[in-house]
Design a protein around this ligand. Structure first.
Ligand SMILES: [Zn+2]
Length: 240
């Protein structure tokens, strides 16, 4: 679990899940980045792989920075795994300490923050799906369990996603080993907090956020769906 990330983010007043404000999206779906020399070769390979995964399921592209003002700097000088949310128009750090490489999904999680996603359990409708046990949360960390209204966050029309790589695990910020988040649907108890990779809904939301669908007039036959056959939008006939 990535506690220090969330602690760091607790200090950032902009903590929420799918960002509505379009000025915080990366212009032209292009994310520029630099990697400083704090990462090992193995870590660089993983960062590269995470960017490729996101590119393979969306129209988002990662490019090495030349002179652009808005860009990500990958570094490891901090202790946790952290990222700002959305595009900021200047240098914004994604900190990936060595422990962040234990689970591939953690790198994806931080990249999705940078692309404009907040935590799943911050959405306005979360109380219909999960129970927050405030009595088990470490003192001072309660704000990590805030939820945000529809003015600030959107699910892009998608159902609450227990499988999201942006969801906390059941024990995030627990002070006593007891769960801080319990899904009402118990079959998801051990699913929430997965850090394997993006869920199909994560992928769909990313594509909606960045208007990737418009690349393909006909979803079923376009290059986007050829690569991503299992996405709902590729299984449905496009509306005309
Ligand atoms: Zn996070």
């Amino acid at each position: 679990m990535d506690l220090t990330i969330e602690q760091a983010r607790a200090l950032d007043t902009s903590s929420r899940n799918g960002l509505i404000e379009s000025s915080k999206r990366w212009p032209n779906n292009r994310v520029f980045y630099e990697i400083n020399d704090e990462h090992t070769m193995e870590e660089l390979v993983e960062i590269e792989r995470a960017m490729q995964v996101i590119e393979s399921v969306s129209c988002v592209q990662f490019k090495e920075r030349t002179h652009e003002h808005g860009y990500i700097v990958f570094g490891a000088s901090g202790s946790g795994c952290s990222s700002k949310v959305g595009y900021h128009g200047n240098a914004q750090t994604i900190n990936l300490a060595p422990k962040c490489f234990q689970r591939f999904g953690t790198i994806i999680h931080e990249l999705l923050h940078a692309l404009g996603f907040y935590h799943m359990q911050s959405t306005h409708d979360r109380d219909d799906y999960i129970k927050i046990n405030y009595e088990n949360i470490r003192t001072g960390m309660e704000r990590n369990f805030n939820k945000y209204d529809l003015q600030r966050v959107t699910n892009f029309g998608q159902k609450y996603d227990y499988e999201s790589v942006m969801h906390y695990s059941g024990y995030g910020f627990s002070k006593n080993g007891q769960p801080t988040i319990e899904p009402y649907n118990k079959s998801y108890t051990n699913v929430i907090g997965q850090r394997i990779g993006m869920s199909s809904t994560d992928i769909l939301k990313l594509n909606i956020m960045y208007n990737c669908n418009s690349l393909d007039e006909t979803y079923e036959s376009g290059p986007f769906c050829t690569r991503n056959l299992n996405l709902p939008m590729c299984l449905l006939k496009p509306s005309t």
